[in-house]
Design a protein around this ligand. Structure first.
Ligand code: ATP
Ligand code: MG
Ligand code: MG
Ligand code: MG
Length: 504
């Protein structure tokens, strides 16, 4: 069942009693498109599946109940043990369908994965995200019809959506984003909707010995890398920081050496020497890709188009990665990243005080939802599937819950991770201070300069970045324009003028 790529990477689906007008699948993600039309116990389900060649594995049907599934599961072996003997589903969709038969909505509490799913069962439509909402899922629900899609722009034309226990999407009336770790159970005829949380970040902190912490982290991270590695040569996006270097090292350890790594930089800044140390140590087939800063900034609309995020800081982190993915030739690679380790480990937090560290972890774990930081669409705009071992459900449960003194220890940030990787990486890599991708590539500085050159005063730069991202969102998500048609420079000029005239 574990092919190289998920059966589907996205979908648009509509459930209503009758047929209705044709679906208008508007996605940033590349992929083949297959249409599905089924009767699901008196309702008509129509869907467009985005896939890379094997759409049949993305849906499963039994007794008037259909599952549509984008993404993949990472605890298949555990899940299979819950099924009656002799039942061996041949896809993640079929596995979810079988579990739903036993557990109903509570099936989603069992899953460790990177997915968005829909279950159509007669009068009911169930919409589910993974624990981290890492594959974004949007819905528009009105009495008599449910529309759901893995990109908000695919619901642009939806009208009449009613309020849901979910986050409204800017300027798409009636469109909501299903929260992370949540199942929405919707009654089609009335649009009544009940939300169930299936995961929440741990609030308690565990006291364990150094040894136990280090061993547990190594073990869960190793497993998370293993279950994310397909039959092909793994490709790791590598900065030479401890997070991605650890993923590359575990991956190389697992794949008997043969892995590929790739680093990006600009003419203004790069981490090439640091990444090279790791690549040489691991013997990976390594590449360096230099993107001009001008080209990078021109692709700001593409980052917003892919991530559908309104947070300027997140967009700054994601822009260099978007640009990197767009420059990977071919398509259909499975990419592993070291993204997201800093959130549960408080890696962005550069001072030596534990209360502040845990405050940062609590804040970030309480506010990540809806930022779309982990979205696969970022790489899917060039047809690649990306996955993040640090946001594996088991890894996250372990990392978040460690007491802060294991995260910051002996004057080091992310101590427990560094200690867990000591034997697989050169010492200089293990002790290398954290450097954010937005810093290492010079993106933050260049975006700031673009704004100040347009006349934005220093103290208004962050606000201006927020307005630029909103404006880009309005173009490429709300209005549905292609990002190649949207000029970063023009949007920056407009925002600078608006700020100068006091119009915001
Ligand atoms: P650290 O957080 O300690 O700096 P890191 O560099 O691996 O470790 P981030 O800076 O948080 O992690 O970046 C997030 C992820 O983005 C990385 O783990 C890596 O997968 C990817 N990444 C960051 N910078 C680059 C780069 N220059 N080239 C390729 N991939 C990168
Ligand atoms: Mg990091
Ligand atoms: Mg990070
Ligand atoms: Mg880094």
């Amino acid at each position: 069942m574990a092919g190289s790529l998920p059966a589907a990477v996205g979908f648009l689906a509509e459930i209503r009693p009758d047929g209705g007008p044709p679906l208008r699948p508007d996605f940033a993600s590349l992929g083949g498109r297959t249409e599905l039309a089924e009767d699901t116990g008196g309702q008509s389900l129509r869907a467009v599946l985005l896939h890379s060649g094997a759409p049949d594995g993305a849906h499963a049907r039994d007794r008037g109940r259909t599952v549509v599934f984008a993404g993949e599961l990472y605890n298949r072996d555990e899940l299979a043990r819950l099924l009656p003997a002799g039942l061996s589903p041949d896809s993640d969709a079929a596995l979810v369908l079988a579990l739903f038969g036993s557990y109903d909505v509570h099936a989603f509490r069992l899953l460790n994965g990177r997915f968005a799913a829909l279950v159509a069962a007669g009068e009911r439509v169930v919409l589910a995200t993974d624990h981290a909402g890492s594959v974004p899922l949007y819905a528009s629900v009105a009495a008599g019809r449910v529309l759901a899609a893995t990109e908000a722009k695919a619901l642009r034309a939806a009208t009449g959506g009613q309020p849901l226990p979910a986050r409204p999407v800017r300027r798409l009336t009636g469109v909501h984003q299903v929260p992370a770790g949540t199942v929405l159970d919707v009654r089609v005829s009335t649009a009544e909707c009940v939300a169930h949380r299936t995961w929440a970040p741990p609030l308690a902190r565990r006291i364990v010995s150094e040894n136990e912490a280090v061993e547990t982290v190594r073990q869960v991270l190793d497993r998370a890398v293993r279950v994310r590695t397909g039959p092909d040569t793994p490709l790791v996006v590598l900065s030479g920081g401890i997070d991605s270097s650890s993923v590359a090292a575990l991956s190389a350890h697992r794949s008997a050496g043969r892995i590929e790594t790739v680093s990006m930089g600009t003419e203004e800044a790069d981490e090439f020497p640091q990444a090279r140390v790791v690549a040489t140590h691991l013997g990976s087939a390594h590449r360096e890709i230099t993107v001009s800063m001008a080209d990078l900034l021109r692709q700001l609309p593409h980052a917003v188009w892919a991530a559908e995020s309104l947070d300027p800081d997140i967009v700054e982190y994601l822009l260099p990665l978007t640009a990197l993915y767009l420059r990977l030739e071919g398509s259909g690679r499975r990419i592993l990243t070291g993204y997201g380790a800093d959130i549960p480990l408080g890696g962005m937090h550069r001072e030596d005080r534990l209360p502040q560290l845990d405050t940062a972890v609590c804040h970030d774990m309480a506010t990540f939802d809806g930022l779309n930081e982990m979205t696969p669409v970022l790489s899917q705009i060039s047809g690649h599937w990306s996955t993040h071992p640090y946001w594996d459900r088991d890894v996250l449960d372990v990392l978040v819950a460690l007491e802060a003194g294991l995260k910051r220890r002996y004057g080091q940030d992310k101590w427990v991770l560094r200690a867990a990787m000591g034997d697989l990486l050169p010492h200089e890599v293990v002790i290398r201070p954290k450097l954010g991708v937005h810093e290492g590539s010079g993106v933050t500085a260049a975006f700031t300069r673009l704004l100040t050159d347009a006349g934005v005063p220093d103290q208004q730069v962050h606000r201006a970045k927020e307005l630029v991202v909103q404006e880009l969102f309005d173009h490429v998500v709300v209005a549905g324009r292609h990002p190649d048609e949207v000029k970063t420079g023009e949007v920056v000029e407009q925002v600078a003028e608006r700020l100068a005239s006091g119009a915001t």
